[in-house]
Ligand binder design. Sequence first.
Ligand SMILES: [Mg+2]
Length: 241
Amino acid sequence: MFCQSLCARAQRSNLLNAPRINDTLRPMPKSHFSHVTTWVFDLDNTLYPPHMRLFDQIEVRMTAYVMQALKVDRARADYLRGHYWRTHGTTLAGLMREHSVDPAPYLMEVHDIDFTVLSPDPDLRSAITALPGRKIVYTNGCAPYAENVLAARGLNGLFDAVYGVEHADFHPKPDAAAFDTVFTKDGVLPTSAAMFEDDPRNLAVPHALGMRTVHVAEAPLAQTHIHHHTADLTSFLRAIT
Ligand SMILES: [Mg+2]
């Protein structure tokens, strides 16, 4: 209920774009995270670096799925994959809303990829282990896929819960309803939580809910809903614990 009212407020207000002290890219003293008891991590391109190019494989399979499901050629399918990602949050959300595509076979098919491009990261594992409190993964992929990624990165068994799009009734981040469903399910109190994400769109609602937001990406972005940026998640976590 608490989360629902917060999300509703975020949706109808201008909080996401409201002028405020620009704390973007400020340094990262430990004190900014001393209140955090729940640590929420995105998966793709957050818990593994983009240069491992795992998501490229998924995009190829998404395009193939769109070709087959909508009976379009590769160029049109490639366009629609990106178009739905931009307008609906994910390609799947666009396929479901505009074409009533069944999510289960789609998720199985697009995530049937080669995980050997990922390497274990014991340093990241120890940095996450050192965080005090509850640690969860929340991805727009599905949870079985997330478990495969975590295993390939040597991060399995580390998180208290792993949530996929199926846990949000197939509503994707950045939708407020998706965060609301997952955070309510887990009991996340946003004002005591931090969110780590590579997609800046997915930090807007968390910021509006009162979470501390960390953009994990090569290049920083000056956006008011991003509290911190890092290109090196392990070093960042070590600096705040
Ligand atoms: Mg991601």
